[in-house]
Design a protein around this ligand. Structure first.
Ligand SMILES: C[S@@+](CC[C@H](N)C(=O)[O-])C[C@H]1O[C@@H](n2cnc3c(N)ncnc32)[C@H](O)[C@@H]1O
Length: 223
């Protein structure tokens, strides 16, 4: 994991990691795990849609909290894939510090943290097979050979990290989505919704987590 740039992290008074590069927290200051469950799992109608071989992809791996929430939600022993795109990886020690706020995740995080500390970006967590693709998603996603059944769109806020929400990247997300696949995001920013629509998704708003009024869910037509 030596190539590329490293995350630049500060810690707020509640122990939440905040990116100093993007001036934005990695997850909700209220309850990051509850936010993940509401936004990315329920937003993609998970766990109901899980089946063997189901493939989740994510923009923005960060602390791996979304991956761990997925591991906790997946039916025991069901093989599921999780691919995440990350340009500025955090260190294993920083990730461990961030996850300490979520004891449920700590219980399943050990193989991940051990692999990450060894510099491995492919590992398994029970039946979940994980690959983190390092580099700028605007370059790595178009080159990716996979197709996801569900996307977690989790860049920093569109105002602060617009490069992770642009039209071309939303088209690349659609190009790498299986027929009938879905995407969810905590943001309801108009330009993100329009970008997803222009890429071929049907887009809707749902109530957001905590103080957020709205979030976005998107679906591609089944073939
Ligand atoms: C809100 S955080 C993701 C939180 C994460 N999903 C979690 O569970 O902790 C956004 C992430 O997007 C990454 N990021 C920002 N710009 C990127 C880019 N152009 N390509 C890939 N990753 C990027 C940041 O480094 C950061 O880790």
């Amino acid at each position: 994991m030596s190539e590329g740039q490293h995350a630049e992290v500060a810690w707020n008074e509640r122990g939440t990691p905040v990116s100093t590069r993007f001036d934005d927290p990695y997850f909700s200051l209220d309850d990051g795990l509850a936010e993940t469950r509401h936004t990315f799992l329920a937003g993609n109608d998970l766990p109901a849609r899980f089946r063997p071989g189901f493939h989740i992809a994510e923009l923005g791996f960060g602390t791996g909290l979304n991956m761990l929430a997925t591991a906790l939600a997946a039916p025991d022993g069901m093989p599921i894939r999780f691919t995440s795109f990350e340009a500025f990886p955090m260190g294993a020690d920083e990730i461990a510090r961030a996850l300490a706020a979520f004891p449920e995740t700590v219980a399943v995080a050990r193989p991940f943290l051990a692999a990450w500390a060894r510099g491995e970006s492919r590992f398994t967590l029970g039946a979940l097979s994980v690959e983190v693709i390092l580099g700028d998603a605007r370059e790595t996603l178009p080159a990716w050979q996979g197709r996801a059944d569900a996307w977690f769109l989790d860049g920093f806020s569109p105002a602060k990290n617009p490069e992770l929400w642009g039209d071309a990247l939303m088209r690349a997300v659609a190009d790498h989505t299986a027929p009938g696949g879905s995407a969810a995001s905590y943001t309801a920013a108009g330009f993100v919704r329009r970008g997803l629509e222009a890429a071929g998704f049907s887009v809707a708003r749902r109530p957001g987590f905590g103080r957020k009024r709205h979030m976005t869910v998107a679906r591609l037509e089944a073939a």
